[in-house]
Design a protein around this ligand. Structure first.
Ligand SMILES: Cc1cc2nc3c(=O)[nH]c(=O)nc-3n(C[C@H](O)[C@H](O)[C@H](O)COP(=O)(O)OP(=O)(O)OC[C@H]3O[C@@H](n4cnc5c(N)ncnc54)[C@H](O)[C@@H]3O)c2cc1C
Length: 458
């Protein structure tokens, strides 16, 4: 009798799942295992929105396995100890896992590999499960282990192509004598955002199909339309792996057209950041390219940070974005860009402060995508124009010309019509008095001058 363990991590699905497919093909029985890892809980990474979404995903994965005659085994503890114990109990020959990119995931793989080998078992690590193309599968000529610039990466990534998606297995047989803990319930999590989306593979696949049918064709034209909210919102499903990036690339390419092309390019951005983090795991906290910043600190910076976090900077489009983040645990990419530029450049506050706040709220909060996008905006990452500064008024006028997005999230300004909502300080005193909304916490010109001085670009 052959038994394999599949350790699920950021790949909580049964469709297009190379480790599960390989384990089913290898023999008679499979133990599909998820470990509620004590180290992740202790690190504070399991913020309420992601914890709630994760619980949906675990319930969904269990349901998907049950439809195939199996079930999910959920355990808590140190991931290596648990896997070792389960593999021994089930007398498994192999453990299958998806390759991870973070420093933590890479260390987990090494520890697991060594521990299993000592027990006479084998760890099989599968590439291109959490990314469409494996980090390291395409590298620049000249010997570097990763691409530091997106455009050449995109060229090579497109030429490489995503692997063909796999069908979900028809049947999964799980040995009876491997007990599972209970799958924790979503509604027991406290502090969850009111507007948080539902997780799980079924919800992810429904959204993917609706996106192909109704959304993707207009993506190129509308992805920056803040009030239109016309992006896929698939990011939480990609983060938890309830959708496969390779399957999404194929689905979009089969659909074809400018919208699908633009969407595939964004999926490539995701892979791009993953291959940077895989090669430079320290960039989750350290500057990818140091600019020798001496970020503001102290009481005045703290007051600005609080105003930014609470959405009361006095810049309506920034405040709208920060309030959407709190309400939904998700934010439109344009909102992320302008909120991050405002913090790091206009207020000249360390990108790590902003990245931490985003990770406390984002349901798709992801070490590769969050930390490296923050660095991109702060100019310490891979942006080839590290000193560009987004002006929140111009951004608001361009991406929310009629002010619909601002009025949706900043109800104090709901009575102000049209694009005037982006500059309430320009109203006459009598009209201004009617709106209980703060004055700008910084003058944009002064913020820009401070940033230029700091970067030696006066
Ligand atoms: C400061 C900042 C922080 C961010 N933090 C995260 C994060 O923690 N997790 C996360 O998934 N994305 C993050 N992003 C990237 C991007 O904003 C989100 O992926 C996107 O807004 C999710 O919405 P969507 O699924 O509708 O995206 P769509 O526009 O529909 O794009 C499809 C998919 O492409 C990928 N993608 C799109 N843009 C990017 C990008 N710039 N970088 C990497 N992947 C991208 C995502 O997986 C996304 O789901 C961040 C961006 C910025 C500027």
């Amino acid at each position: 009798m052959t038994v394999s363990v599949v350790l699920f991590t950021s790949d909580l699905r049964v469709h297009d799942h190379p480790p599960l497919t390989a384990a089913v093909a290898a023999g008679d029985f499979v133990v599909p295992l998820f470990v509620r890892d004590g180290a992740i809980a202790a690190s504070g990474f399991a913020a309420p929105n992601r914890e709630a979404f994760l619980r949906d995903c675990l319930a969904g994965l269990d349901a998907g396995l049950r439809e195939r005659g199996g079930r999910l085994v959920v355990r808590s503890g140190d991931v290596v100890d648990v896997v070792r114990g389960i593999a021994a109990r089930a007398r498994a020959d192999e453990v299958h896992v998806a390759a991870g990119v973070s420093g933590y995931a890479q260390a987990r793989e090494r520890r697991l590999g060594r521990a299993l080998e000592a027990d006479g078992r084998r760890l099989r690590v599968h590439d291109a499960v959490i990314t469409a193309v494996a980090p390291g599968a395409v590298t620049p000529s000249g010997g570097s282990d990763h691409f530091a610039v997106f455009t050449p990466y995109f060229k090579r990534w497109s030429a490489e192509g995503a692997r063909r998606p796999l069908r979900a297995p028809r049947a999964v047989r799980v040995p009876e004598d491997v007990p599972s803990g209970r799958i924790p319930r979503r509604d027991a999590v406290r502090g969850v955002a009111e507007g948080l989306a539902a997780g799980g593979e079924r919800a992810g696949r429904a959204r993917m199909l609706a996106w192909r049918r109704d959304g993707i064709a207009d993506y190129a034209a509308r992805h920056d339309d803040l009030p239109g909210d016309a992006t896929s919102r698939l990011s939480p499903h990609l983060h938890f792996g309830t959708l496969s990036p390779a399957e999404l690339v194929h689905l979009a390419q089969e659909r074809g057209g400018p919208g699908a092309d633009a969407f595939v390019r964004q999926l490539c951005w995701r892979d791009f950041h993953h291959q940077v983090l895989a090669a430079r795991p320290e960039t989750s906290v350290a500057d990818y390219r140091a600019r020798h910043d001496r970020w503001r600190a102290g009481a005045s910076a703290d007051a600005d940070i609080r105003a930014w976090q609470e959405g009361r900077t006095g810049y309506p489009v920034v405040d709208a974005a920060m309030r959407q983040l709190r309400h939904e645990g998700w934010l439109h990419n344009r909102g992320r860009l302008l909120a991050a530029s405002f913090l790091t450049k206009t207020l000249y506050v360390d990108w790590r402060v902003g990245a931490r706040h985003f990770l406390e709220h984002l349901v798709d909060g992801d070490i590769a995508d969050n930390q490296l996008n923050w660095q991109w905006v702060a100019g310490t990452g891979t942006d080839t124009r590290p000193n560009r500064v987004l002006n929140p008024v111009l951004q608001g006028r361009r991406y929310d010309p009629d002010g619909v997005y601002v009025r949706r999230w900043v109800p104090e300004l709901a009575g102000l019509e049209g694009g005037r909502v982006h500059e309430p300080w320009k109203l006459g005193a009598a009209e201004r008095g009617r709106y209980d909304y703060p004055e700008p916490i910084v003058d944009l010109g002064e913020g820009l001058a401070r940033f230029k001085r700091a970067r030696g670009r006066e």
